[in-house]
Design a protein. Sequence first.
Length: 140
Amino acid sequence: MAEFGKGIKAGILAGVIEGVILIAVIAAMAETLLPGFWATMGALGSTGLAMTVFAIVGIIGGIFSGLIFGAIYAAAYGSLPGSSIVKGMILSIVMWLVFSVALNYGTIAQYPTYAAISLITSLLWGALVGIFWDKFGSKA
């Protein structure tokens, strides 16, 4: 039986960490990755305010997507090969392919550097879900 509670906890924690890392990377490389990013963000009134809003949205997005990813991870856990970490990385690649390639979420053709960074952080996210899955394991 799927352990949804454990998967959701692992997913949310990993999602927040991945979100913070992605925010830091994008903030550091914004103009290189997405030309005009700061000009667009500055339309909110100030770059500081824009960055704060960006960070809050990123963390909330990490919580929400982590909740969903964790539930999917729990449901698929028995069907995926390998250790908990490998299972998370496999699932994260599938999710990345769906959202970054199939749905063109990351606009891979236009921003290949962003696509590469999002793939790396997705793999990290999957690995973290696997690590936290094991940490939240039964104490028996």
